[in-house]
Design a protein around this ligand. Structure first.
Ligand SMILES: [Zn+2]
Length: 302
């Protein structure tokens, strides 16, 4: 049986197999980048891993209202086996839900806003693992030096920013994962600067080699961003349907793309590619495949 068809529920060694076969970790990579789906990113340098907004449970849309929600512990544990530090851009479900489970499995340190920290505390994460951050902070996350920038989240009805309810007891509803503020992160790893753009940012001059950015903004925003960042490589982020399961339930096969994500890939990502080529000619664009590790150093050099 090919490895990718091994049933995660029955194989004790599945995590190791998946990392070997799908995570495709190669020892000669200097700065490894993996897209985890939704806004999730994993960066790897010298055996240390920094996760940003990892979200594997991918609850369906009807879980977003009226009911209490839980992460898919087994799936998260099987998929994310490593992590030393976790940056949380904001506390919405698709950025925070799985973080307590990942901390449980990996012992990673977590960094986030006041709401993020309070939710982590309520969800049982040890206080020693939780780090409050704010815009302008410079963080030392092992081999990943990080600067925190303010970002503006687009408005979502029923999920507007504000304070958390005074009394919260898990399990929570999706709406109780209320955001306060949103952050973008400039990460320096092995001499490379990677800007993970989590929401609209003012056009400060923030040069970075790699810009990881949502591909749905208006063209003018990219024009200004590219001028301010001067990236060599651009990677679209948070573009797929994060309410579609990662796995085909019937076969347990990996990473089947649902029809919404397929349509976005067919029609909206080419628009993004055209915009990048128009406003930043010569800049590389990589449309990442889920969990496939990319060598950022080689991508920029080659
Ligand atoms: Zn959000």
């Amino acid at each position: 049986m090919p490895n990718h068809l091994i049933d995660i529920r029955t194989s004790f060694f599945y995590t190791e197999i998946r990392y070997r076969e799908h995570m495709d970790i190669q020892d000669n990579i200097r700065v490894g980048y993996r897209w985890l789906g939704a806004a999730g990113v994993a960066l790897r340098v010298d055996g240390q891993t920094l996760l940003i907004d990892p979200y594997i449970s991918r609850l369906p849309w009807h879980h977003m209202f009226f009911r209490c929600i839980q992460p898919n512990r087994q799936l998260v544990g099987d998929t994310i086996g490593i992590g030393n530090h976790i940056l949380v851009s904001h506390s919405h479900v698709d950025h925070l839900l799985d973080v307590p489970v990942i901390v449980d499995y990996t012992g990673a340190e977590v960094y986030g806003s006041q709401n993020t920290c309070r939710l982590l505390n309520i969800l049982g994460v040890s206080a020693s693992k939780i780090h409050l951050i704010g815009a302008g902070n410079e963080l030392s996350c092992g081999l990943f030096k990080t600067v925190v920038y303010p970002a503006r989240h687009y408005p979502i009805p029923f999920f507007m920013p504000g304070n958390l309810d005074a009394h919260l007891h898990p399990p929570l509803t999706a709406r109780q994962y209320r955001m306060d503020v949103c952050f973008s992160f400039l990460i320096e790893a092995d001499g490379m600067r990677i800007l993970v753009d989590s929401g609209r940012r003012k056009f400060q001059h923030v040069p970075a080699d790699v810009l990881i950015i949502n591909p749905f903004y208006r063209a003018g925003y990219y024009q200004k961003q590219f001028k301010a960042v001067q990236p060599k490589l651009v990677i679209p982020n948070h573009w797929d349907n994060f309410m579609a399961a990662l796995f085909d339930k019937k076969s347990q096969n990996s990473y089947s793309q649902d029809w919404v994500s397929a349509l976005i890939a067919r029609f909206l990502l080419p628009r993004f590619r055209r915009i990048v080529q128009t406003y930043s000619p010569g800049v590389k664009i990589i449309i990442p495949q889920l969990f496939r590790e990319i060598d950022l150093s080689a991508s920029i050099a080659g």
